[in-house]
Structure formats: C-alpha cells, structure tokens
Design a protein around this ligand. Sequence first.
Ligand SMILES: [Mg+2]
Length: 333
Amino acid sequence: MMASGSSGVVVRRGRCSVVRGAALRAVLERHGSVLFDCDGVLWNGEAAVPRAAEAVRALTSRGKQVFFVTNNCTRPRANYVTKFSRLGFSDVTEEQIFSSAYCSAQYLRDVAKVQEGKVFVIGCQAIRTELQEAGVSVVEEVEPGSQTGTIYDYPLDPDVRAVLVGYDEHFNFIKLAKACCYLQNPDCLFLATDPDPWHPLRGGRIAPGSGSLTAAVETASGRTATVVGKPGGFMFECIAAQFAGVEPARSLMVGDRLETDILFGHRCGLAATMLTLTGVSTLQEALQRRDQEDGGAGAGDRKEGLAPDYVVDSVADFIEAYREEEEEEEEEG
Ligand SMILES: [Mg+2]
C-alpha cells in the first residue's frame, strides 16, 4: 500500500526496514504518540525486557504521549499499574492502559449500551471487575468446578443482552452450552475480548488464548463474534476519545505480533507500525509477509497490513538511538 507522508512524499508501507541509531531516532521523532503492546514487547511474563522501562521513559521525557494497548484481559487496569511498577516502569498511570477487558467494558457501555440488561461472561475475574467498574451488569456465575449435569439443569437469565468471551481457565461444556442458548436470540450481542489463539509460556509450552474459546462458541452457535481487541480498531477509538490531540497520522504502533499489533496499526490508519523481535513474530515471518504483499507467491489470498514498516531488535534500541543524539549534541556544544 502507498501512503502520503507528512512531507508530501509518497512512501511505501510495510517495508520491514530494520532501523537503529539515527534512522530509528528520526522515526521516533516523527510521532507524537507511541502505542505499545505489553507482552513480548515490554515484558515476557514476569521478566521485563531489559531496559524497556528506560526506553519508555526516554519517550515520555521527550514529550511523547505513551499508551499501552494489550489484548491480555487477565488483569484489571489497577492491577496493571502494579505490574508496571513492579517491573520498574515508574509513572505509568491507569489512564494510559487500554486492555481488552477495559475496552470491552467501554464497548458494552458506550456502543452497545447494555445498561438495561446483563452480560453473560465466559472469562476471568478481571473482565467481570472491569464490567462492574463501567456499571455493566454481569450474570452471576456459579463456582468453577461445580457445573455438573446438563444444560437443562441451569436456568437462563432473561435479561442477557450480550455474551462476552475472553480468557477463561475454567472454560467448560456448560458455559459453552449457555452461551449458545443466549446467542440463539439474534438480538443478543456476541463479543470477544481478543482473537489471540495461544500464548507462549516458559519451556516451549503454550496456553490456549481467548480466540480458541471464541472459536468454540462461534462453531457451536453459528455466529461470528465482534472482536474488541487488536486487530480491531476499537482500542484506538477509546484512546482518541479520551486524549485530545491523539491522531492516527501522528501515531506509531510498537508490537511483537504481526496478526494483532501490526495489523491493528494498519487498520487504524496509524502513521507507522514497528515490530520488535522480543516476542512472538520473527523477522523472517515479517519479510515473508512483505514479499506476499508485494504480490509474490500466494498473492491470491494475501492479507494486507501484516508487514511492519520498521523492525527493531528490542525497544531498548530506542535508548541507544537517543544516546547518539546526546553525544552529537555534546560534540556540537
Ligand atoms: Mg504481544
């Protein structure tokens, strides 16, 4: 795809340019807002990406608006602040954090306007907490593990207006059956927090993500969920609605997953996307996407918007880029 840059020069998108030093600094300087994914970008589990906190500080100290957009729905915003602080990211506030759980609550309240009814949730406690904070009523759930019998043994709540599916370690057959019963009503909204198929764990193990549970509900109900998280554009709408001056044309998305983060940046019309290699997607995968989007092999079913504009090894490269600037200034001074 082609886009007109701020200089009026037509620049090609999705070139996967590996940038560091002065070139990286120039990219960062062009953007007033920087959106970060979290898992695989700033940390992996409980281990911070080395110097990631310093990289974020380097941006905020230069007056950039920094936001965190994560498909991970397992923590309420307040809990994220604690995690940021525990991993050395000082001065991160709740207002900067846009998780799929928080944004799902915003969607249900402001877009779907389900205040009159209730939401049936397949998901973790964090989702319920965010919904309650937003004033959205949730159907009471019975204790995990106590769901026995058949679907006939469970009453259905007549006030349910929406089904929301997210990450749920206690997913079971009865929850799936209930969701499908609610979704037989065509007026019942079907939402998913995020489409993530799986998450990497230590030692080569993986955990199924919300997307795999949503797929089960979609198959059994014959319906398709509206996805709130990346690559859907709603998270950016949430940011733009809450922060004046945040514009797609001046925003940079930094993420580790092509199918969610990079596609999100592309779909939201952000000025640029940047892949960092500390998480899921590899440089090789990015280059493959670029070649496909160029119209090479498999062009017939190619998916546009998955090739990042820029690639860095780690967000820690930001520090090096700015350090060079400081050195240059010292030489000039
Ligand atoms: Mg990630």
